[in-house]
Structures are given as structure tokens and as C-alpha cells.
Write a protein that binds this ligand. Structure first.
Ligand code: 5AD
Length: 340
């Protein structure tokens, strides 16, 4: 049999296995390597799974406010954190409510509050008061928190304040790699936090980074299996970005196709969940966020919440980070056959 033919058969077999819900390590590994026409078929299957569960073809639109850049972690891939020298800020309540008012008036109903990891009680209490105020003024605004590892009591407080959802990515399911990329943290601790978040009643999200220095294809397969096992209703995957001024600043970028295939597999394995097309995809390759939608994503995050003068102070990924606008999303969502 000609090689091309044999490969085509193999890819079709893998796709048939995935369609049948056979998520063996081998099938997932083979699917991560698909490119060209095979990759197109993988994406088609992912879209089929998404559109079956979300027949209205609507994407969820989130507005993000980067409420503080203070971070006590020391992640090697990040340019904020305890070892970095940068100007700190915390957005205070009156300024915060002005931003929320602007976002609400633009018609947005999903607010994502992001910050560095800061478990100081005063900071967590500040965020809780902000959430309470949002819920009091705009009861139909959904609030998603992305604040990192906290104590169980702190998660409880934030949930009681009205936080609806919480994003805590485990980044990698390989415990040694985790300790290497996050020297001040442990994978076990991260997963315990995720369990607390769920038990406190948040709708929880987790996910990984693809292309971390030292990560193997088998690690990514294990990430996929862990996300499935956790049975959450949101998930995400972003390609690794070598952020300037981070310890990994001179490492190669994550591979866009591997990240997109990871997203497609996440969709096939967890069809009912929400999954963003992240700005990191746009940074790594041309039309990255459009391709993320074609690989099964159904959520977009608009950067209209953080004030201009503070954006440079939240340089996550890169100082030249792509901060997608409403117009950008309208165009790619339409092109992908979806609706905002
Ligand atoms: N490359 C890719 N993803 C990153 N994140 C942070 N820094 C990077 C980077 N350099 C992602 C992590 C984190 C989320 C807030 O942003 O997955 O959980």
C-alpha cells in the first residue's frame, strides 16, 4: 500500500475512534500530530460536537478587567510575580465601578476579573467587595474570577460575595514539569484549590499551556485526560508565549497547530463545555483566534475593561500582547459561521 494511502487510513481510523468516544493515549497522540487535510477533518469533528451541544451557534462574550498586577507567585513563563521589578497597582472600588458601568452599557453581561496571585486577606476582601457591588448594581452580570490559588475560606468568601465562576488552569499535569515552571507551587496544591473551588459552588474551569519548555507530546495527552476526568463545564488551552523579561523569554513559542489540535480534542472529549479562543493564539500565528473558533472554541474575551494607562502594567504574555477588540471578534466570529 502506498505510504500516503496508509497514513490516510490511519488518520481515518483515529478519527473514527475519537468519534466513537475511544480516547486512548495512542489515538490522542496521533490526533495531536495531524496536519493539513487530516487536521481539517479533526476540526470538522470538533465543530460537529460543539454545534450539536450549542445549536444556536452563539459564542459567549466576556469583558476582562485586570484588577491588580500584584503577584506572589514566581512562574518562570510569566513576566509578573515576586522576582520581577515592576510598578504595582490595584484598581480601587470607585474606578472599578466606572469600568463596570461602561462594560454594562456596551451590552456585556459576562465580566472576567483577573489579577496576579495575591492571597493577602486585604486584597481578597477588596475583590469580594467589588463583586458584591457589581451584583448589587447589575444583578444580571455574571462574574468570573481568575485570581489563582487561595485558601478555602477565601474561595468561600468570594463565592458568598456573588462570584459565579472561577478559572484555575493546572497548566501541566506533569508534577515535575509543574514544579519546574512554577518553583513556588505544587501540582497537588493547585488541584486541591480546584476541588475547593468546585465544592464552594463555583462553576469551575481549568486547562493547560501547550509548548512549555520541557513538555512532551505525552504530557499533553495526559493533560487532555486529566481535563476530561475533572468533568468541569469550562476549559481552556493556550500556546506557550515566551514573555519578555520572564525566565523563559528566550525559549521557542508553543506550536500553533499542536495547540489547535489540543483544543479540537478538548471539544471532542467535552462537547458541552465553554472554551475560549485565547489572545495567545493570535500572538503565535496568523489568524490564530479564527482558527481557534474553527477548532471548536465558543468563547471570546474582549479587552475593553482595563484602562489604557494600566494595560502596560499588566504585561502577561508580552508587553506587545494582542488585545483583541470588539471589531476583531465580530469579523472572525462571523467568518467562522457563529454569532456574538
Ligand atoms: N504563555 C502562555 N500562557 C500563559 N499564561 C500566562 N502566561 C503565559 C504564557 N507566557 C496563561 C496561564 C494562566 C493564564 C492566566 O494565562 O495558563 O493560567
Amino acid at each position: 500500500m502506498p505510504i500516503a494511502m496508509k497514513n490516510a487510513t490511519t488518520a481515518d481510523e483515529v478519527l473514527a475512534a475519537l468519534r466513537a468516544g475511544d480516547f486512548s493515549h495512542e489515538a490522542l497522540r496521533a490526533a495531536l500530530l495531524m496536519r493539513g487535510g487530516e487536521q481539517e477533518k479533526l476540526f470538522e469533528l470538533a465543530r460537529e460536537c460543539r454545534d450539536r451541544c450549542f445549536p444556536d451557534k452563539r459564542v459567549e462574550v466576556r469583558s476582562v478587567i485586570e484588577i491588580s498586577n500584584i503577584c506572589r507567585q514566581g512562574c518562570r513563563y510569566c513576566n509578573m510575580g515576586r522576582k520581577r521589578d515592576y510598578e504595582h497597582y490595584i484598581i480601587q472600588l470607585p474606578a472599578f465601578m466606572k469600568l463596570v458601568e461602561h462594560i454594562y452599557r456596551s451590552g456585556r453581561r459576562v465580566l472576567l476579573l483577573q489579577s496576579g496571585e495575591n492571597s493577602a486577606q486585604s486584597f481578597v476582601e477588596h475583590v469580594a467587595l467589588c463583586v458584591e457591588e457589581v451584583k448589587k448594581r447589575y444583578p444580571d452580570m455574571l462574574v468570573i474570577l481568575c485570581l489563582g490559588n487561595l485558601s478555602r475560606t477565601q474561595y468561600h468568601r468570594l463565592r458568598q460575595a456573588g462570584g459565579d465562576r472561577y478559572i484555575l488552569k493546572f497548566e501541566t499535569s506533569n508534577p515535575e514539569l509543574y514544579s519546574h515552571i512554577k518553583p513556588f507551587d505544587k501540582l497537588d496544591r493547585r488541584l486541591t484549590c480546584l476541588q475547593w473551588i468546585t465544592e464552594e459552588g463555583f462553576t469551575a474551569s481549568t486547562g493547560n499551556i501547550v509548548g512549555l519548555p520541557g513538555q512532551t507530546l505525552d504530557d499533553i495527552v495526559e493533560d487532555l485526560l486529566l481535563i476530561k476526568k475533572l468533568k468541569l463545564s469550562m476549559m481552556s488551552c493556550s500556546p506557550f508565549i515566551p514573555a519578555e523579561n520572564s525566565e523563559f523569554g528566550d525559549q521557542p513559542m508553543g506550536d500553533l497547530d499542536t495547540a489547535l489540535n489540543t483544543m479540537a480534542l478538548l471539544r471532542i472529549m467535552n462537547p458541552h463545555t465553554l472554551m475560549p479562543t485565547t489572545s495567545a493564539l493570535e500572538k503565535v500565528g496568523h489568524d490564530g483566534q479564527y482558527r481557534g473558533l474553527m477548532a471548536g472554541a465558543n468563547t471570546v474575551t474582549i479587552h475593553d475593561g482595563t484602562p489604557e494607562d494600566l494595560k502596560q502594567l499588566f504585561p502577561i504574555y508580552s508587553v506587545s500582547r494582542v488585545r483583541p477588540t470588539q471589531e476583531h471578534f465580530e469579523e472572525i466570529v462571523h467568518r467562522a459561521g457563529l454569532k456574538m
